[in-house]
Ligand binder design. Structure first.
Ligand code: GRF
Length: 207
């Protein structure tokens, strides 16, 4: 399975994929390219450390939104990938890409969708909202990307306890370590092994 991994920040979810591939826990999977929406993303350094092609493509470098969107599509097409993985990617994926790669784009969201998701719920904000609401369980979700924001068919979820003295940073770290870094590689594995079926927007795992 050939992957394009789209990132925006620290790249710890990318690192989880790299580690599982290098430890042969994730076989028949290759990251062909890492594309960052920000030049400063540490995720780019992580990719380069392992010799994975990495480019930064930010909207600011393009005259119009359309030019950026077509350039991003061309870059993804160039690598002839089977799956696009959004790993800590803050970019709303353009419609032309969502359509061309229907059910071949997955995203990791640091909450149990449909809770604490949608525009504006990203990074620490998600965990701040979780603490403000006082929920006792949160977690992460891997889902297929459709035209909406965090609205596509859910593939995997993993719950994480919220503890009394949690800060948003502590909670984010626990959700990453105990949920994100586990279910994102697991979802890629299920797709590599062709174990997923989608019926009426519900994902089922073949036995
Ligand atoms: C994580 O909380 C992730 O869930 C969210 O962005 C944050 C950073 O992810 N999507 P990463 O370390 O860049 O993978």
């Amino acid at each position: 399975l050939k992957l394009a991994v789209l990132v925006s920040g620290g790249g710890t979810n990318l690192q989880a994929l790299i580690d599982q591939i290098n430890q042969k826990k994730l076989t028949d999977v290759k990251i062909e390219v890492v594309i960052s929406s920000s030049k400063k993303a540490y995720a780019i350094e992580r990719a380069r450390h392992y010799g994975i092609p990495a480019t930064a493509m930010s909207k600011k470098d393009y005259e119009t939104k359309e030019q950026f969107e077509h350039a991003l599509l061309e870059e993804i097409d160039r690598y002839q990938v089977d799956l696009v993985v959004l790993a800590g990617c803050l970019l709303m994926i353009p419609e032309i890409i969502v359509r061309k790669y229907k059910n071949r784009i997955i995203n990791i969201h640091p909450a149990l969708i449909p809770s604490f998701c949608g525009a504006g719920y990203y990074g620490l904000k998600v965990h701040e909202a979780v603490l403000d609401r006082g929920v006792k369980v949160t977690g992460a979700t891997v889902h297929f990307v459709d035209e909406g924001c965090d609205t596509g068919p859910i593939i995997l979820q993993k719950a994480v306890n919220v503890l009394d003295n949690d800060t948003a940073e502590i909670l984010q770290r626990r959700v990453m370590e105990q949920a994100e870094w586990i279910i994102l590689p697991e979802a890629v594995r299920l797709i590599a092994e062709n174990k997923l079926m989608i019926e009426d927007n519900i994902v089922k795992i073949k036995k």
